[in-house]
Write a protein that binds this ligand. Sequence first.
Ligand SMILES: Nc1ncnc2c1ncn2[C@@H]1O[C@H](COP(=O)(O)OP(=O)(O)OP(=O)(O)O)[C@@H](O)[C@H]1O
Ligand SMILES: [Mg+2]
Length: 320
Amino acid sequence: MTPILDVRNLSIDYLANGIALHAVEDINFQINKGRSLALVGESGCGKTTTMLSLLRLLPAEGRIVSGKIIYAGTDLLSLSEVQMREYRWNRMAIVFQGAMNALNPVQRISDQIAESIMRQPHTRVSRKQALSQVGDLIEIVGIPEDRARQYPHQFSGGMRQRAMIAMALACKPDILIADEPTTALDVMIQAQILSLLQSLQRDLGLAVLLVTHDLGVVAEVCDDVLVMYGGKVAEYGTVDEIFNNPCHPYTQRLLEAFPDVNNPTAALASIPGHPPALDEIPLGCRFEPRCHLRTEICKSVSPTARDHNPGHIVACHHAE
Ligand SMILES: Nc1ncnc2c1ncn2[C@@H]1O[C@H](COP(=O)(O)OP(=O)(O)OP(=O)(O)O)[C@@H](O)[C@H]1O
Ligand SMILES: [Mg+2]
């Protein structure tokens, strides 16, 4: 099956005071229709940067320095900005990190969703037509009809997140990117949003790209997982494979940091230290300073990502 999105050797820099900081380096991943891929890793590992680049929405100081972003056979990086508008929102839509707090406070939710519908290029949709389509969208995301005419302050966090998802779905994309959609929500609401994403994937055949730092979320809703560390791929494969057979010491430590229902009294592990700042990236493996398996080679040679098993990729000198 040809992936709907195929990201190849993607590298992204931020320019700061004339210096190029390598935020993302040589990332590869694919996603098929009707599948979900989680991007996980600690704060600052480049999750949001990667997702923004897919829609070519990086801030002015961000630069895609190499790689390909192939959507259904077309490299989005080869398109002009005008051509790119055909793809952004229509084919691939994003719920930005923290966006539920950025709803317009003085506009009704239904009007805000209608505006997203009117954003569709080429199909001239009147305000009246758009408002009539709002009903379908709010039904899909589970907002009761009588609530749609309310204002954002009358919505709970979970309802606001549903409204954001409705807006992202307004142009009927094939790929939905959700950047930490459940962070700052309580566990019950979190479960509801996750099951909504799952049903969109199942019922609408959407490809879902979920950004999170919560492995519990990944285990619950995703098919595949890409573990990032310091802007690079640490490990990549199906959720079953990565959770049952984690090979990168970073993934192993991340998994140990989560409670195990079969062994609830076990102490949770933590990973001492912190990910490297972009201006002090180690020469060799980026995880080396925090790794319990490190040897001399890890200090000087950056490990290349390679197949551990078919479809299970790991970048570690000691993955065996
Ligand atoms: N506009 C910017 N200019 C310079 N550096 C930036 C900019 N935006 C992000 N960075 C840096 O790029 C790196 C990756 O940031 P990014 O926001 O992609 O991380 P993240 O994995 O999404 O983190 P979080 O989990 O906190 O959302 C970080 O080191 C960050 O400081
Ligand atoms: Mg982020």
